[in-house]
Write a protein of this length. Structure first.
Lengths: 597, 123
């Protein structure tokens, strides 16, 4: 078999500067040379992936500028700051803040939603620090740097923390949901007051979205960023192996996917507390749902309301982990519910809840490691209802009633953990879209590669395409995966998924709109596909080790493929383990060998 | 640079006409590279419900048809007369930090009333 002219993935996925890297064989050395694919998505905050460590990875940004240069950008009042002091990290990058009155170090920054403001601090001649953000509620908190304890907490703070990081240093943080104009650091004492003199040490300030302070990101003239950046291809490790994740545009219609104690949600016979456990993200931002004490018959639980539209497909999902209680009910709708009863210890679906108000109810559970599972309920809502309840409720008992309205006996302290609630319009779930006070749309992933002829990827009128598909969510008709075009942007090959009855059929079209795949070919969960053409009369398609070309296929002999594009934002999710391009038409036996599972 | 803006139309039909004018192919697929989310007649005042989900008071819906656009470049000036602004909480946005920052910054410039003034005395 000839060597591939271009390879993507196959254990060698890579991205650089917003480009997806494929690899081509070098002309003389035989070494693989990187080839850059253009990749666009236009979303960072709303995009996540599962990284190599099996953790959900988000976009992170330190919204402050000059995050450890308090000599610029920051407004100083009644204080003098000097740099070059021993820091918490062994550096000499800490700053001494000497008060001469009510000492304030302030940076103007307009932000909104759930945010965490943090700074490393150490006692000097004074032994307290006060953090504040100016907004509707002015969230603020005193920290005692001697004892490493919290002082007065005011102004709607969701959470406050002081973490001992050694050598007298602490990382102090406040978390709040507000529209704010600035972030402020004050010199304080250890009794919730402000000294008129004395000093403390500060280093590495950070303001970020979300419920917890994450690893520090240095900001300079521009903000520090990390994680899933805008237009960065997502190499996803869900299930352990790497694949290129291409998803359609989707929105999480829930305004706060992680902050469960605010007004986004309501509770019926349960209570919720944020930041109670390590989430699938690997940080302490999972909430706990606790059943109220006593025996309660209720279909409520912890719930979110929204207005549904008749005939629309909806998918709700949440990550859940057993606490003292291992059983969990996750439902769409109130006492006329669709959804599932789950066992969070065994990772099993105990029973699906159906109701005449909904069609196509599917409940499922997926393992995300460390005891976490993603619970998913997909259905079609048959009615327009202004206040659909989406409910979560832990239970000590493995009851599987036909509804969510069952009796549970709680003790007021026991429950289960949740993280990352999502409501999408669509018949299947997509990757987690975090939200921090506003519902958010993650734009679709687009990948293009131009100039394939000049780069020798395909022959003038011949070539082979091999696709190793890890997962394809194919539930709608005529979803275009890719268009292969000539240099004049005429469509040459269009790769389709279609669902016909119970079979997912992979089809290939040319400009004559001829379908080339046998109707009986069923797309397995992880199919391997090869398409080959030789510029004469041969156009064949192979799937899972068999030739699946439909008799009567037609094909122009002047096909010359130059560009690869995805042309619509509403195509379905596809995950590729590997993509290979060959400059020649492989033989039937080579294609069969290549696609054999 | 992508830019995020919010719009309100008198009717769904008016919004659709404006969206279609951005370009459609013969199969009705958009030929432009902007992202558009139809929010519809959004809830202005939330309804209230009892613990079983029964409606106590109906939600109040906007009489306008709302559309969010992530422009791939500058916003189309033909849409300016339908552009609307609001406080950046509890609304819908596209998930791009740079676009959201630009939108919040412009919103604050045009409508400072949506952003609370610092209260210097209180600490």
């Amino acid at each position: 078999m000839s060597k591939a002219s271009l390879e993507l993935g196959g254990g060698n996925w890579a991205a650089k500067d917003g480009k997806l890297l494929g690899y081509a064989v070098g002309d003389t050395s035989g070494k693989y040379l990187p080839r850059e694919f253009d990749f666009t998505r236009g979303a960072d905050i709303a995009a996540t992936r599962v990284n190599k460590d099996g953790l959900i990875e988000k976009y992170r940004e330190n919204l402050l500028l000059q995050s450890n240069n308090f000599g610029t950008t920051w407004a100083i009042s009644n204080a003098s700051l000097t740099s070059g002091h021993a820091g918490y990290d062994g550096s000499s990058d800490a700053w001494q803040c000497e008060a001469s009155g009510l000492a304030t170090v302030l940076q103007s920054v307009s932000t909104s939603g759930v945010q965490t403001f943090s700074v490393y601090a150490k006692a000097g001649t004074e032994n307290g620090i006060f953090l504040r953000a100016d907004g509707v509620n002015n969230p603020r908190c005193f920290f005692n740097l001697d004892s490493g304890t919290l002082g007065s907490i005011l102004g709607g703070v969701i959470d406050a923390n002081i973490e001992d990081v050694g050598n007298g240093w602490h990382r102090c943080s406040i978390t709040y949901s507000d529209t704010t104009n600035d972030a402020r650091i004050y010199v304080a004492n250890n009794s919730n007051g402000f000294p008129s003199s004395g000093n403390i040490y500060i280093q590495d300030a950070q303001l970020e979205q979300g419920l917890v302070a994450t690893d520090y990101l240095e900001s300079g003239a521009t903000t520090g960023k990390a994680g899933v950046l805008e237009d960065l291809p997502r190499i996803d490790y869900t299930g352990g192996s790497a694949s290129l994740l291409l998803e359609p545009e989707r929105a999480n219609d829930v305004e706060n996917s992680e902050y469960h104690s605010g007004s986004t949600y309501a509770n019926n016979n349960v209570s919720t507390t944020d930041n109670q456990a390590i989430s699938p993200e690997g940080v302490q931002n999972a909430a706990k749902i606790v059943l109220d004490s006593g025996t309660n018959t209720s279909n409520g639980g912890h719930y979110f309301q929204f207005g549904s539209t008749a005939g629309t497909d909806y998918t709700i999902s949440v990550f859940a982990k057993a606490g003292e209680y291992r059983y969990f009910t996750f439902t769409y709708g109130s006492y006329s519910a669709g959804g599932g009863h789950f066992d969070l210890q065994e990772g099993t679906l105990l029973g699906t809840i159906t109701n005449a108000n909904y069609s196509n109810v599917v409940a499922s559970i997926e393992d995300y490691g460390n005891g976490w599972y993603r619970l998913v309920v997909s259905l079609t809502d048959n009615s327009s209802v202004s206040g659909r309840f989406l409910s979560m409720k832990p239970s000590p008992d493995a009851s599987v009633p036909s509804n969510n309205n069952y009796s549970s006996t709680g003790d007021g302290t026991s429950g289960a953990y949740i993280y990352g609630f999502q409501l999408e319009e669509g018949s299947y779930p997509t990757s987690y879209i975090p939200t921090y006070g506003v519902s958010a749309t993650r734009n679709g992933d687009d990948i293009t590669y131009n100039g394939m002829q000049s780069k020798g990827i395909f022959g003038a009128n011949a070539g082979t395409i091999f696709l190793d598909i890890k997962r394809a969510a194919s539930y709608d008709n005529t979803e275009i995966v890719w268009n292969f075009r000539d240099s004049s942007d005429n469509d040459m090959l269009m790769l389709y998924y279609e669902r016909e009855g119970e079979c997912d059929v992979f089809r290939l079209r040319n400009q004559l709109d001829t379908e080339f795949t046998t109707d009986s070919f069923t797309l397995s969960f992880s199919p391997k596909i090869a398409i080959v053409w030789d510029g004469t009369s041969r156009l064949e398609i192979f799937g899972n080790g068999s030739k699946i070309t439909k008799t009567g296929g037609n094909f122009s002999s002047d096909v010359s493929i130059d560009d690869m594009v995805r042309q619509r934002l509403d195509r379905n999710t596809t995950e590729f383990s590997q993509i290979l391009f060959f400059p020649t038409a492989l033989t039937d036996s080579e294609c069969i060998a290549l696609t054999t599972l | 640079m992508r830019k995020f803006r919010k719009y309100a139309f008198g009717s769904q039909g008016a919004a659709t006409a404006k969206i279609n004018a951005l370009g459609l192919d013969e199969e009705g697929n958009p030929t432009h590279s902007h992202s558009i989310v139809r929010l519809g007649n959004i809830v202005v005042t939330k309804g209230t419900y009892d613990e079983e989900g029964n409606e106590l008071t109906a939600p109040v819906l906007s009489d306008k048809y709302h559309v969010d656009v992530m422009w791939n470049g500058e916003p189309d000036p033909d849409w300016d007369s339908q552009m609307v602004w609001c406080a950046p909480m509890g609304v819908h946005v596209f998930g791009s930090s740079s676009a959201i920052r630009e939108w919040v910054s412009t919103c604050k410039e045009l409508h400072p009333e949506y952003f609370p003034e610092p209260t210097e005395e209180e600490v």
